[in-house]
Structure formats: structure tokens, C-alpha cells
Design a protein around this ligand. Structure first.
Ligand SMILES: *Cc1c(COP(=O)(O)O)cnc(C)c1O
Length: 418
């Protein structure tokens, strides 16, 4: 469910015509719907309300301050993967007590920062990382709360680049080494074992991988608690998919029903880390048609948004619906919708059936709220796109369009070249 719908011929973002926003703010332009974001966050909060729980939004999906602030104001926590994300989350007002920290390459500096902040727990991904956290915590004379991220070796049936819980992936501690690593953790003076974590991948559109992974984790959890561990937090990760094309992922409530049945009466605080399923369908990317070009046996629609603005099609061959901002009755053509970047991999869609477009007309790339702006770059020296949040009839700029000056502001030229 989202709030980007046609009224008559015009695509609306909540109660505002997208065309007007594109004219006012320029393109490429990310537009987010406040109501959609809130609805998705609440869907999780509601689904798990029978258990103590924290919805730790996966910051990397969309790091924009206004998005984080919205979630913070509604009681959301954060799942972070870097010191930079910790800074962003706290800056937006998310309580450190609701922040979990994953990632295979935490540096000493980042560990120190997170210990000082007092986060809920580190989701530890290797034995050496565990020892490093213990060392830093000892140096700071504190105890570090940790969960071990367990790799349950489950195929999430998604794109290989976003699968994380199979034994060939770099993430987590192999489940067969779990007990041994928990024992090691329990013996470290400055480590406090508080949780267990798994996250098996992203854009998962079936219930079964979640269920299979959780079953394995629960066996381990019970075994740990029978051995005098006191595991208080069960972090089930994120990864629930959204419809990009014709996928029919379960709703958070359906997933919750299945998982809560398994968890049953265990006394545990649940942590979950949804990213895409909160922000994905809450955002669109609006782009303007620059040129139409007929290649040999191919049509190209050249638009002003490129792989630097939305990397998913180039990186994962991902599908996004692309629809006209103002509906027309023209015939359908088949075309590649491509950006201005000097790379053949720069496309938003390939061989797409789309109604013919004219120069200057706007197109909307749907479901672009997750892994859109947060994966964007300035490649080809293209300034960062602007972002707008719509709430009913209100529209607010939440990121100014980047400038040429922004592109060079951090760069220095050695004195001998001056
Ligand atoms: C990326 C990530 C998530 C979020 O995944 P989504 O598919 O966006 O829900 C959650 N947890 C961890 C550890 C991650 O790396």
C-alpha cells in the first residue's frame, strides 16, 4: 500500500500532483510520502504488539534525516552498519538504547564510538571482532552488550548480491560454531552476552525462509538458555520484500503471525530490522525525458536520472515500474530507458513496454524509496538529487539539490600544483 496514485490523468503524491512538485523542485527528484512511511512503520509495531519489541529500522535503506526523524518520533529504533549511521541515527533523535550495530568490518574507532553512545547491542559477526570489542571495552572500563550474528545457512531465494545467510556469504558466525563462540564470549570479562541475531537477506518474498531460519535460531536459543546463558534479545533481522513487478510478499502481519507462533511463550524482547519494507514503496524518483533516440532496432528514452541516482537496475538488474506522471493515450513502444551517464550499464529499464513519451515529459520510477538516494553517488560529477516529503497537501524539501560547489568542496590541491 502506498499513496502514489492517479487522480484523473495526473499522478499524485498523497494530495499533490507530482508534476507540480517536479516543476517546482526540478528533476531528478525523490518524493516520499509521509503517510506511507508512517503506515509501514506502524504495520510492524502493530504486528508484534503482543511481545515486548523494538522496530530497529535498517538505516542503510534510506538515511535521510527527515525519514529517520519521522521514525524516531514514532518510537522507532535503528539497525546500523557504520559509525556514520550511528551519528545519523542519534542526530535524528533515536535513542542509543534502541540501536543495534551489525556489519563484518567494525573498526576500533567505530566500536569506541558505539560503546560511548551506549547502544543496545553489537551484532558480532566473527570471533576476532568479539575479541576486539572486548579489548576496546576493557580499555574504556565498560562492558559491551553483544549478540552473535548467526548464519543459519538458509537460502532466502533472492538475488545473490542480497543473500546473506548462506554458508558461502561473508556474514555472521556459522551456526555449527555458535555454541563455541558463545562460550568464548561468556568468558570475556568486558563482554555481556545479551542476544542472538540473524539476518538472511533482502527482498525475500516468501514466509518459508524466515520460518526455516528462525526454527534453527530457536533451537540454538533454547540450548543456550539451558546452559545458563541469559539471552534477552532475539533479533530476527529484516529482509521482507516489496512488490516491484508482480511479487506478492507476505504482509508484516502475516509474517509476524508465523514467527510469533514459533516463538510462543519464550520470554524474550524481539528486535526486528526492516529497511526496504518500510521505505521502498514510500518513495518515487521523478525524472524528465531529455531525448528520444532511435537506434538500430532499438528505441532509447534518455532521461535526466541515471545510475548514479538509482543504482539498483544497474547493480542487480532490478525491475522498477516506470509510469508517466501525466497519463496519455499513446501507443505502446518498447524502449530502453537510460540515463545520461557514460556507461552502457546506465539504465533504469531495458526493453520496457511503455507508452510513447515526448521530450520534456516526466516519468515516475516507482518503489524507489529504498536503496535509492542512499546508494547514490556523484559519478560523472552529477550533483545529488533533491528530496521532498509530502504530507497531505504539504510539501517540504528534505534535501536540497546538490550544487557544483558541493562537488569540489572537500578536495584539496597540493601546494606544488597551485
Ligand atoms: C540491510 C540489512 C537489513 C535490512 O534489510 P531490508 O531488506 O532492507 O529489510 C537488516 N539487517 C541487516 C543486518 C542488514 O544488513
Amino acid at each position: 500500500m502506498h499513496f502514489f496514485n492517479y487522480k484523473g490523468n495526473e499522478l499524485y503524491a498523497e494530495d499533490l500532483p507530482v508534476r507540480l512538485l517536479a516543476e517546482k523542485y526540478g528533476t531528478p527528484l525523490y518524493i516520499y510520502s509521509y503517510k506511507t512511511l508512517l503506515r509501514h512503520f506502524r504495520a510492524y509495531d502493530e504486528a508484534y504488539k503482543s511481545y515486548p519489541h523494538v522496530v530497529c529500522y535498517a538505516v542503510k535503506a534510506n538515511t535521510s534525516r527527515a525519514v529517520l526523524r519521522l521514525l524516531a518520533k514514532n518510537g522507532g529504533g535503528a539497525d546500523i552498519v557504520s559509525g556514520g549511521e550511528l551519528f545519523r541515527a542519534m542526530n535524528a533523535g533515536i535513542s542509543p538504547k534502541k540501536i543495534v550495530y551489525a556489519g563484518v568490518g567494525k573498526t576500533e574507532h567505530e566500536i569506541r564510538y558505539a560503546l560511548k553512545a551506549g547502544i543496545m547491542m553489537f551484532n558480532v559477526e566473527s570471533e576476532q571482532e568479539l575479541l576486539e570489542i572486548d579489548r576496546v571495552a576493557s580499555d574504556m572500563k565498560v562492558r559491551a552488550p553483544i549478540a552473535l550474528r548467526i548464519n543459519p545457512n538458509i537460502d532466502p531465494k533472492t538475488h545473490p548480491y542480497i543473500s546473506t545467510g548462506m554458508k558461502k556469504n561473508k556474514f555472521g558466525i556459522p551456526i555449527q560454531n555458535a555454541i563455541e563462540n558463545y562460550r568464548l564470549a561468556a568468558g570475556l570479562k568486558n563482554i555481556e552476552v545479551v542476544g542472538i541475531h540473524k539476518h538472511i537477506g533482502s527482498q525475500i518474498t516468501e514466509v518459508s525462509p524466515f520460518v526455516d531460519a528462525l526454527k534453527r535460531i530457536l533451537v540454538l536459543l533454547d540450548e543456550l538458555n539451558s546452559r545458563q546463558f541469559n539471552i534477552r534479545y532475539l533479533d530476527i533481522g529484516g529482509g521482507l520484500g516489496i512488490p516491484y513487478l508482480d511479487e506478492k510478499p507476505p504482509r508484516p502481519s502475516e509474517l509476524a503471525r508465523n514467527l510469533l507462533t514459533l516463538i510462543n511463550k519464550r520470554k524474550i524482547t524481539l528486535v526486528m530490522e526492516p529497511g526496504r519494507s518500510i521505505v521502498g514503496n514510500a518513495g518515487i524518483l521523478v525524472t524528465k525525458t531529455l531525448y528520444l533516440k532511435k537506434g538500430t532496432g532499438k528505441n532509447f528514452i534518455i532521461v535526466d536520472a541515471g545510475m548514479n541516482d538509482l543504482m539498483r537496475p544497474s547493480l542487480y538488474d532490478a525491475y522498477h515500474h516506470i509510469i508517466p506522471v501525466v497519463k496519455n493515450r499513446r501507443a505502446y513502444i518498447k524502449a530502453d530507458i537510460v540515463g545520461p551517464i557514460c556507461e552502457s550499464g546506465d539504465f533504469l529499464a531495458k526493453d520496457r513496454k511503455i507508452q510513447n513519451v515526448n521530450q520534456g515529459e516526466y516519468l515516475s520510477v516507482m518503489s524507489a524509496g529504498a536503496y535509492g538516494i542512499s546508494m547514490s553517488s556523484n559519478y560523472n560529477s552529477r550533483p545529488t538529487a533533491a528530496e521532498v516529503m509530502v504530507n497531505g497537501k504539504r510539501h517540504s524539501i528534505i534535501r536540497e539539490r546538490g550544487t557544483y560547489e558541493d562537488l569540489i568542496k572537500d578536495e584539496r590541491v597540493p601546494s606544488y600544483l597551485r
